[in-house]
Design a protein around this ligand. Structure first.
Ligand code: COA
Length: 426
């Protein structure tokens, strides 16, 4: 961290000059929606985690998403891979022969790389040196693997008492703590799968990688929190994020509903209106909204031939009158059968069928434009093709084009966290 101070000196001088100019003109708004970065004290080159060095022992997805986030904020990430093997994702889902897969590059493009055999005497010596020089060791090996390499907490802490050791594991302490875990296992054991899908179908996993990337995100927060605490105590600590815990945290509204079940049916779930009794566990709710305001995915012009010609539509109570006007049912505003949220709950299927008649007369984008004028919450179902072509996401750096020596240009997701005084390093 001391290094960062050294580096910042010349930048402070430059910033003074620049700030004189800046005072004449109000700072222009950046395309990411935030004010331009402050020119003091680090100026345009500001990187929030500059000077933090990460020994990155991560592989596959959960750990690499964590260290990628830290590298975006300026941390120097040194990724250690096993000689001759490397991160297994380098060779998974290969699309361009001879090039690392997109799976690997999209999670690791902002890191340095080194191969070390952590079980070899020489490898151990190099690792001990790196441990002395780094601030954080991040790993997501199977339970016990780090200890089997000799890198126990005691060993690491003796070499470097300031070291933060951050781990992803599938489960926390308990009956499953020794299990190896992948994304969908976490989705299933963290409560997401049992509450996703339709009531009359099997549990479903989601496309968003809430077990892997979600846990990586949790771990990154644990690391920066530990770094903050270290600035007061001078000591490192262990940080553990279990994938099951991370998924459950993201599925917390369903644990809320589990407890509400004791007090009667969940009236905002479609099955209530359909007269289907509730069991003793939270059921799958299809596309019902999780927030208590009834919502559904409805067909738009082009559906079902176009698999993504749909819009999410929420019948939020404060805008009910506008909804009635837009869909051409103005009498529903005052009709006691429809005018209150409680009266509408048993009729949600019929109400959404009527709204769908309207949405089917518009494309998803036309419907979005009209509904937004009335603050009616809605969202078109955007395909990955549409997101890849979206110019506003390119401008904010949320989707970035990266040049690769072997595969040429490809798209990656850029840092989704925008800060006004810290740039993102790609
Ligand atoms: N030098 C020498 N050995 C190395 C090494 C290196 N640089 N890097 C890894 N290894 C060894 C490990 O020490 C381990 O050996 P051991 O079992 O003899 O102790 C071996 O490689 C395999 O590591 P492991 O982590 O068990 O990999 P895996 O491919 O068998 O399992 C996971 C993969 C993801 C299931 C497992 O790592 C895991 O459960 N991780 C925690 C949860 C997680 O992050 N899951 C999501 C991944 S996206």
């Amino acid at each position: 961290m001391a290094k960062a101070k050294k580096k910042s000196k010349p930048k402070v001088v430059k910033a003074k000059k620049a700030s004189k100019k800046a005072s004449k003109k109000p700072a222009a708004k950046k395309t990411n929606g935030l004010p331009s970065p402050s020119k003091k004290p680090f100026g345009q080159a500001g990187l929030a985690l500059e000077g933090v060095r990460i020994l990155d022992f991560t592989h596959v997805q959960s750990g690499p998403t964590c260290t990628q986030l830290l590298a975006w904020f300026g941390a120097d990430v040194i990724k250690v891979e096993r000689p001759g093997v490397g991160d297994i994702t380098r060779g998974q889902l290969v699309d361009v022969k001879g090039a690392d897969s997109l799976y690997f590059t999209m999670l690791n493009h902002n890191k340095r790389s080194i191969t070390i055999d952590s079980k070899h005497k020489k490898g151990k010596e190099i690792l001990d040196r790196l441990i002395k020089e780094c601030d954080v060791l991040v790993e997501n090996f199977a339970p016990g693997a780090l200890d089997r390499m000799g890198l126990t907490w005691e060993h690491i802490h003796k070499l470097n008492p300031r070291m933060i050791v951050a781990s992803v594991k599938g489960f926390g302490p308990g009956p499953y703590e020794d299990c190896k875990v992948y994304e969908n296992v976490a989705q299933c054991t963290g409560g997401s799968a049992s509450t996703t899908g339709f009531r009359d179908g099997p549990p479903l996993v989601t496309g968003a990688q809430i077990g892997d990337s979600g846990t990586g995100l949790h771990l990154a927060l644990g690391i920066v929190t530990a770094l903050y605490q270290r600035s007061r105590t001078g000591r490192g600590q262990k940080v553990l994020c279990a994938m099951q815990d991370g998924v459950l945290n993201l599925a917390r509204v369903k644990l809320r509903d589990q407890q509400r079940l004791k007090h009667g049916p969940l009236t905002e779930y479609s099955q209530y209106g359909e007269g289907v009794p509730f069991g003793d566990a939270v059921p799958r709710a299809g596309n019902d909204s999780g927030g208590g305001q009834p919502g559904r995915i409805l067909k738009c012009k082009g559906a079902p031939e176009d698999p993504n010609a749909y819009i999410y539509f929420i019948t939020q109570a404060p805008v009910w009158d506008s909804i009635c006007d837009v869909i051409g049912e103005p009498t529903w505003k005052t009709d006691p059968e429809y005018s209150t949220p409680k009266a509408r709950l048993p009729k949600l299927n019929a109400i959404f069928a009527r709204i769908e008649k309207w949405t089917m007369s518009k494309t998803k984008f036309e419907a979005m434009d009209i509904l937004n004028k009335y603050d009616i919450p809605c969202g078109p179902i955007l395909s990955m093709k549409e997101l890849a072509a979206d110019q506003s996401l390119r401008k904010t750096g949320t989707v970035v084009e990266v040049d690769h020596p072997k595969r040429g240009k490809y798209l990656s997701v850029g840092n989704p966290i925008k800060m006004s005084a810290s740039r993102s390093r790609r």
